[in-house]
Ligand binder design. Structure first.
Ligand SMILES: [Zn+2]
Length: 403
């Protein structure tokens, strides 16, 4: 048994214990006890002068794109980003791509990521994920703008799913977004994914996406027209409402709602009307923010205080290294803290742990520091109290896995 004392312990459920004593099994990582440290307990312990938090849950990553680090221009908007991904994705050979994703997984693990929702378009990450200590749920993402191609796309993604199952990883199809996929394909992929209980969808990532769906104009719309693709039917209520309309035939007959977990990633342009519409259709929605990726591509952030006021299940993701300079959940949280100082550290830790664990269905083991669980333990240094007594990350804060 290992005994540690932490200046601050974040349970993951929004609670902070000052001067906490934590005991865990060295081999399994299972939590044996957690309490306020008493003077009589203080023998044979290790002291951590900072915060101990549960292992992080990275709710959105594309680890198979790790070889694209440092290749993309920043601030290009979504159209520029898509052009770069099309021209650069295959510039590194398979061996190089696999080496990069293995290093990516290791970096994520060492800085404290215990579980991850990860997007795959191919099988290159399956072997690594099957061997990793990180629990992963893999979303086999599809796109395609033409209705006629949809059955073929679904057929090949079901083949990819069979391959993933051979590696023993959890994987199911998911639709990518409204600006890459025909509504029929979105619906067919969602129907397949919901059989597993989970889909993950890129939602309201940019104003270009909104312009395309609301008004049929803007860079993404122009790109569709230039390439001669079938354009989406306009929806004046915006991109999320457009997606909800597509999901409506998939609702549970009794409740009239989609009951499975629907993970909405990005939400940069999400407003109150979109949230209200989602609450009417989605019983279990999760709202992932990838702040550093949003700044990288669009120089914009979602209205996180609005999402928080609505009591939504907010989660944090790193997105891929094509739209991020590095993997760091703590740096994602610093970005949020700098933009929205009203959001507390306890709130952000909850987003980065239990909310993500619920989103990808691993909360019985991960996401909180509780007796009997083995969530992984992470130390964050450089945590200070501000003038009001609120805990804050500092520029120097870093995370490291304890177990
Ligand atoms: Zn993504």
């Amino acid at each position: 048994m290992v005994k540690i004392v932490a200046k601050y312990l974040f349970t993951g459920r929004g609670l902070i214990i000052n001067n906490a004593l934590l005991e865990y099994d060295e081999k399994s990582g299972q939590i044996i006890s957690v309490d306020v440290a008493k003077q009589s307990d203080l023998t044979d312990y290790k002291f951590y002068d900072g915060a101990i938090v549960p292992g992080f849950v990275n709710a959105h990553c594309h680890v198979e794109l790790s070889h694209l680090v440092d290749l993309f221009k920043q601030g290009t908007g979504m159209d520029g980003f898509i052009q770069q991904i099309n021209s650069l994705r295959e510039t590194v050979d398979a061996q190089g791509r696999i080496k990069a994703l293995e290093e990516g997984m290791e970096t994520l693990y060492n800085q404290g990521v215990s579980a991850m929702g990860d997007i795959s378009n191919c099988s290159e990450s399956f072997d690594c994920k099957s061997k990793s200590k990180i629990f992963t749920r893999t979303f086999l993402e599809v796109f395609g703008t033409e209705e006629v191609d949809a059955p073929g796309v679904i057929e090949s993604v079901l083949e990819l799913q069979k391959e993933a199952l051979k590696y023993g990883i959890n994987a199911a199809p998911t639709p990518h977004s409204c600006y890459t996929s025909h509504p029929k394909l979105i619906q067919m992929a969602a129907a397949e994914g919901l059989k597993s209980g989970y889909i993950s969808y890129h939602s309201q990532e940019s104003s270009q996406e909104e312009d395309m769906i609301r008004y049929g104009k803007g860079e993404l719309s122009d790109d569709y027209n230039q390439r001669g693709c079938s354009v989406p039917k306009l929806n004046p209520d915006g991109a999320l409402c457009y997606f909800l309309e597509i999901l409506k035939p998939l609702v549970n007959i009794e409740s009239g709602m989609v009951e499975e977990n629907v993970i909405l990633v990005h939400n940069v342009t999400t407003d109150q009307a979109s949230i209200d519409a989602a609450k009417r259709v989605l019983k279990n929605s999760y709202w992932v923010t990838c702040p550093m990726s949003n700044i990288f591509i669009h120089r914009e952030l979602p209205n996180l205080p609005l999402l928080a006021e609505n009591d939504l299940n907010i989660c944090i993701g790193t997105d891929s290294l094509s739209s991020n300079t590095h993997f760091s959940i703590v740096d994602e949280m610093k970005t949020i803290q700098n933009a929205f100082p009203q959001i507390s550290m306890a709130q952000m830790i909850k987003w980065a742990t239990i909310n993500g664990a619920k989103a990808i269905g691993c909360d019985s083991q991960y996401g909180t520091i509780e007796v009997g669980k083995a969530p992984g333990l992470v130390f964050i240094d450089g945590v200070v109290e501000d003038q009001t007594g609120e805990l804050r990350l500092t520029e120097q804060s870093k995370s490291v896995r304890i177990i």
